[in-house]
Design a protein around this ligand. Structure first.
Ligand SMILES: *[C@@H]1O[C@H](CO)[C@@H](O)[C@H](O)[C@H]1NC(C)=O
Ligand SMILES: *[C@@H]1O[C@H](CO)[C@@H](O)[C@H](O)[C@H]1NC(C)=O
Ligand SMILES: *[C@@H]1O[C@H](CO)[C@@H](O)[C@H](O)[C@H]1NC(C)=O
Ligand SMILES: [Zn+2]
Length: 367
């Protein structure tokens, strides 16, 4: 046996073990903090990414993985290329805000509402941010109002501002994954989508020692291919019911008016009473986010108020269920058992360790 083959064999055991077993391994290196740069080149041939792509291919039907990527134009703008973006086809969200409401063999249903009418799942995307106001001001306002919320963080920002992520976590908020580069995911290859998620998961784990169970796609840009990859990596795809419109350029006062309507149980898009619990979309880095949050204080005397909370909480999960368990199982799985995509941990551990030791013995024998 050639040395290269042998090394490859050892590598396979180590890597297979590390990809599928908790905690997630470090990649050889992390991408840069530049959100303009797509994840490419040797960042896609990192064993962590290669092995995870294999895992995705073993879980998702080839037909779904063959849905053609969209063409990236700029920011959130893409040209969608699959022939039928409707629910009967690929359920591309940007066309009619298509959502999947039930699980299939390829992906899990999207989360887009809170379960009960009086619940408000509050989400802040794109942090951590050092803008002023930004994550720091947001956190202190949340703390002073005794609110807990969900924060979908960007890998590049975690790399730049790890202490801010630690502060979000230490304050008791829920942390979810929001990609590394913030590119619209339908425009990326399967391997690039895997890389966006795994590198962000890796930097979050490296920073706070936790692996989230929720994922928010940048710009809500998902179709069934993206959904399937998110699901295969163990994440629930979390969309939203109401956009605060904080990124739309409307005056701060209008963002505040929209969010206070939500607080009082009214849908600001229709001015009618809410008929489900809602999830809202806001952003760490915008001054109107903090302004509108601060404004909620003066409405607290009103009678019919929603209860702001993390999305995990309104899905019926306790705070100790917002991250993977230390055996790699997903606590959001109501049946209480491990995702079958993951090998029976204790069992596979044993087999892999035996094979590994066996390999070491061969190596020792040959050289
Ligand atoms: C809802 O009410 C606001 C004023 O509070 C108004 O500007 C908006 O046009 C109304 N929207 C609809 C759909 O009626
Ligand atoms: C939960 O576990 C069951 C039984 O092993 C499995 O069929 C299901 O796919 C799992 N769901 C998730 C979300 O992991
Ligand atoms: C996992 O493996 C352990 C030990 O190898 C075994 O006792 C257990 O029943 C297995 N669980 C499942 C769900 O297969
Ligand atoms: Zn975003």
């Amino acid at each position: 046996m050639k040395l290269a083959n042998l090394q490859n064999l050892i590598f396979q055991f180590v890597v297979v073990k590390s990809v599928l077993v908790y905690p997630p391994p470090n990649p050889i290196k992390f991408p840069t903090s530049d959100q303009q740069t797509l994840i490419n080149g040797d960042l896609l041939t990192d064993p962590l990414i290669v092995e995870t792509v294999k895992h995705v291919e073993s879980k998702v039907s080839p037909k779904i993985l063959a849905i053609p990527p969209s063409t990236f134009i700029q920011d959130s703008t893409v040209t969608y290329n699959a022939p039928d973006p409707s629910a009967a086809g690929t359920c591309y969200w940007a066309v009619g805000q298509c959502l999947r409401s039930s699980d299939t063999s390829d992906f899990q249903a999207d989360i887009s509402i809170c379960k009960n009418l009086n619940e408000w799942g509050v989400t802040y995307d794109d942090g951590p941010s050092t803008q002023v106001p930004g994550t720091k001001e947001l956190l202190s306002e949340l703390t002073s109002q005794k609110l807990l919320t969900t924060h979908f963080v960007v890998g590049t920002n975690v790399l730049l501002y790890p202490d801010l992520l630690k502060q979000i976590d230490a304050a008791g908020h829920q942390i979810g994954v929001h990609s590394w580069t913030h590119h619209p995911l339908t425009s990326l290859s399967n391997a690039q989508i895997v890389a966006e998620i795994k590198y962000t998961e890796g930097i979050i784990y490296k920073t706070i020692g936790k692996v989230p169970i929720y994922f928010r796609p940048p710009y809500g840009d998902v179709d069934d291919r993206v959904r399937a990859i998110i699901s295969a990596l163990g994440y629930k795809n979390v969309m939203w019911t109401i956009d605060s419109s904080d990124t739309s350029g409307i005056p701060n006062s209008e963002v505040t008016a929209r969010m206070t309507k939500v607080f009082e149980g009214t849908n600001p898009d229709t001015n009618t009473s809410l008929t489900t619990g809602v999830i809202t979309l806001e952003h760490d880095y915008l001054d109107n986010t903090v302004t509108s949050l601060a404004a909620l204080n003066s409405y607290k005397t009103s009678s019919k108020l929603l209860k702001p909370q993390p999305v995990g909480q309104c899905q019926g999960l306790n705070s100790n269920q917002w991250y993977l368990n230390s055996d790699g199982s997903n606590p959001a799985n109501k049946s209480g058992s491990t995702d079958p995509s993951k090998p029976n941990t204790s069992h596979s551990f044993k087999i892999q360790n035996i094979l590994f030791i066996f390999t070491i013995i061969i190596v020792t024998f040959l050289f």
